[in-house]
Design a protein around this ligand. Structure first.
Ligand code: CO8
Length: 260
């Protein structure tokens, strides 16, 4: 079951996660969703990785969203449970305590784009198509899409995509800030690995706490956000890596962070 979602350890502390169901455009079947949850739970406590990359097998799809064939056979109750499961998988991914990047190698539609939105960064191959097309199926995005997309690109842009069920290409997605970078398909892997190079110079606890400060602070009034930031800052104050950062600066050498 879990092998529909493959987790590989790569160089530079990268955990490379692939949805391996190319024949169905990497659609989110129950088994794929279970695999995504298992992967997120194991990565949560894995201190050896500095970056988690999520991608889809093949060249056509990152993920075509909910499995619409399974959906046809479902009762209303099962459909509700499935929406909960997609939402749960996205939440687990969004809360990983290290940076995540969706390497969008092809279409990212519906739940597939919601999954990408649960990542910190999105890099898209030039031919990728993105959309929250649920209104064209008589539903709405239910795994965080209406919330995460509007926080990311603003309400007006989000409404263009969600209310019109519009599909956009990677270039347009980049223009509106939905993806961080657009690259040629054969460059996608290297672009994700470049993030790992950058992260090699950053203290892992600092990165985790900075992510937490941004993600928790975005939803609250600024005074509360500043309190969250301060609490996250305080955690870094007592780390060995903080001392190492200061020592390395004084000694004019690159820091050797241990994640402690
Ligand atoms: N679910 C299941 N199978 C799929 C899906 C999907 N979402 N998308 C594609 N496939 C299958 C096709 O049926 C086909 O299988 P087969 O060869 O057996 O007929 C195979 O993948 C290849 O697909 P196509 O032949 O269609 O390939 P194309 O290159 O012509 O088109 C597309 C690829 C553009 C991805 C097209 O298949 C498509 O539009 N798919 C639907 C995408 C979509 O609308 N996604 C949104 C789904 S809704 C959602 O995700 C919100 C969550 C709702 C929760 C509901 C829970 C119950």
């Amino acid at each position: 079951m879990a092998d529909l979602v493959r987790v590989e350890r790569r160089e530079k502390g990268v955990a490379w996660v692939t949805i391996d169901r190319a024949e169905a455009m990497n659609a989110l079947s129950g088994a794929v969703l279970e695999g995504l949850c298992v992967a997120a739970q194991s990565l949560r406590t894995d201190r050896s990785s500095c970056l988690v990359v999520l991608t889809g097998a093949g060249e056509k799809a990152f993920c075509a969203g909910a499995d619409l064939k399974e959906r046809r056979e479902m009762t209303e109750e099962q459909a509700r449970a499935r929406v909960d499961l997609i939402g749960h998988a996205c939440s687990l991914w969004s809360r990983l305590p290290r940076p995540t990047v969706a390497a969008i190698n092809g279409v990212a539609l519906g739940g597939g784009l919601e999954l990408a939105l649960a990542c910190d960064f999105r890099i898209a191959a030039r031919q990728a198509q993105l959309g929250l097309t649920e209104v064209r199926l008589g539903i709405i995005p239910g795994a965080g899409g209406t919330q995460r997309l509007s926080r990311l690109v603003g309400v007006a842009r989000a409404k263009e995509l969600v209310l019109l069920g519009r599909r956009i290409d990677a270039t347009r997605a980049h223009e509106i800030g939905l993806v961080n970078e657009v690259v040629a398909p054969e460059e996608l892997e290297a672009a994700a690995m470049r993030l790992a190079d950058e992260l090699a110079g950053c203290a892992p606890i600092s990165v985790a706490k900075a992510k937490e400060a941004i993600d928790r602070g975005i939803d609250v009034i600024i005074d509360e956000g500043l309190r969250i930031e301060r609490a996250c800052y305080d955690v870094t104050l007592t780390t060995e890596d903080r001392n190492e950062g200061l020592r390395a600066f004084a000694e004019k050498r690159p820091p050797r962070f241990q994640g402690k």
